[in-house]
Design a protein. Structure first.
Length: 175
């Protein structure tokens, strides 16, 4: 697997929130939730912020809270997460999780979204899943899982997901 930009780590993601909403299609589940996380200087630097931007963001605080809509692509039984799209207000990014069930080989690839090129990260996430979900699951190491999915039903599932995203988005406070 070759990724052009981003960071590679081995930390597990935060659990999907209990109030996440799911759309199950074929052997996949798509979820939408609203998440928040506290960012520190190291995280901000890793995700492309300059030192002066970090100083300004963290001025007078011990961290910055970022959050927003999160979309995940999982196995239908919800035991394996392949892709997570954290379309946060300040640092939208996404993850490929490979070797989910092997603690020794597990890898978390994090890729920052270029907000200069992408005007609306949430719309980008939905549209990308509509046309590239198969490639994303495969890139995450889910080749066998991708081979079992009825990809003809995924666009309809993404339409349902888009409705759930719109409902959640209407309730997310604007920062």
């Amino acid at each position: 697997m070759v990724l052009q930009a981003g960071s590679v780590g081995h930390s597990r993601p935060a659990p999907i929130p209990a109030d996440a909403r799911y759309v199950v299609a074929s052997t996949l589940a798509l979820s939408v939730s609203v998440r928040q996380m506290k960012l520190n200087a190291a995280y901000l630097m890793k995700n492309g912020k300059t030192q002066s931007e970090i100083d300004e963001l963290l001025k007078g605080s011990d961290g910055l809270v970022d959050g927003g809509i999160t979309i995940s692509v999982l196995s239908a039984d919800k035991n394996t997460e392949y892709v997570r799209l954290d379309m946060f207000d300040d640092i939208p990014h996404y993850h490929y999780f490979s070797n989910w069930h092997d603690d020794e080989a597990y890898t978390n690839y994090t890729i920052a979204l270029d907000t200069a090129a992408v005007a609306d990260p949430i719309d980008w996430a939905v549209q990308t899943l509509r046309v590239r979900a198969k490639e994303m699951v495969t890139r995450a190491g889910g080749e066998a899982a991708a081979a079992e999915v009825d990809w003809d039903v995924i666009p309809g599932a993404v339409d349902k997901l888009a409705q759930l995203v719109a409902e959640r988005r209407a309730r997310v406070p604007v920062s």
